[in-house]
Design a protein around this ligand. Structure first.
Ligand SMILES: [Zn+2]
Length: 271
């Protein structure tokens, strides 16, 4: 990405190198957290409270560079979504290491990046980016930006009332239907990430190969691919994020249209 001249967002809460936060939330919030957790193939049990593993290591120059990168990406999502949704109010991006508190419960890094609707914050342990490169096989700065844009996509859903509506449907649904609603929610977040990418491209923030990086990331985190690698077979009813093909397709749709209104993954038969 080409972010040299871009502004940084001030909506960053950097908890790395601090001793961890107060204990808040829990209960039902934990379920919601599990449902919107992005780690692609996450085990919801990873959300169960764990000990405080926050390190007190001082921040390095690399930590500062990472923070600068994510705050520029976040700022570009703010610019795009303010333009598209006049009532939009910015989410906060929390950087943590190991584990942290959210209004949706305590989260450990193993859950991967996630959005908590209760406190309107995106949470990410930036060590996840190492995993994205080494384990998931989706390297590149645009792949990293896509992760943030996807989580911000959940915030857009919150702003538009979609998240609450779908979560209340989920609470009344059986497991298979709940998973299907989750897939629709996740594919719409991928669509919104694509909408952001549309405007990032218009603004000249993308380099050659960036879109391929984003598509590669969307494909790498498909439920079918992760399940196959994890357990050797695929169980479609248990999908919560969509297949690689679906995630790529919805990201691309958003990228092509740049129009959030065309991203209704809930009423379409062609998911
Ligand atoms: Zn998600």
């Amino acid at each position: 990405m080409l972010l040299d001249g871009s502004r940084e967002s001030s909506n960053i809460d950097d908890r790395r190198g601090s001793g961890g936060g107060r204990i808040v939330g829990g209960g039902l919030g934990t379920l919601v957290l599990a449902l919107v957790a992005m780690y692609f193939g996450v085990d919801p049990r990873a959300v169960i409270p764990t000990g405080n593993t926050n390190s007190n290591k001082p921040l390095t120059a690399q930590d500062a560079r990472e923070k600068q990168f994510v705050s520029k990406v976040l700022a570009s999502t703010e610019d795009v979504w303010h333009k598209l949704v006049p009532s939009y109010s910015d989410p906060t991006l929390v950087l943590f290491r190991g584990a942290t508190e959210s209004a949706c419960g305590r989260a450990s890094a193993s859950v991967g990046p996630f959005y908590c609707g209760e406190d309107r914050k995106v949470y990410i342990d930036l060590d996840f980016y190492k995993e994205l490169t080494q384990k998931i096989g989706a390297p590149g700065d645009f792949a990293e930006a896509y992760v943030i844009a996807h989580e911000v996509g959940h915030h857009v859903q919150n702003e538009l009332g979609t998240l609450n509506r779908v979560h209340s449907l989920m609470q009344r649904a059986g497991e298979t239907q709940r998973n299907q609603l989750s897939v629709r929610l996740e594919l719409q977040a991928d669509y919104y990430a694509g909408v952001w990418a549309h405007y990032a491209r218009d603004k000249g923030l993308l380099e050659v190969g960036d879109i391929e990086e984003g598509l590669g990331a969307a494909s790498a985190v498909g439920d079918d691919k992760l399940q196959k690698e994890g357990q050797g077979y695929v169980v479609p009813d248990s999908f919560t994020h969509g297949t690689s093909e679906q995630r790529v397709r919805w990201f691309k749709k958003g990228l092509d249209s740049g129009d959030p209104r065309q991203g209704d993954t809930f009423s379409t038969n062609d998911l």
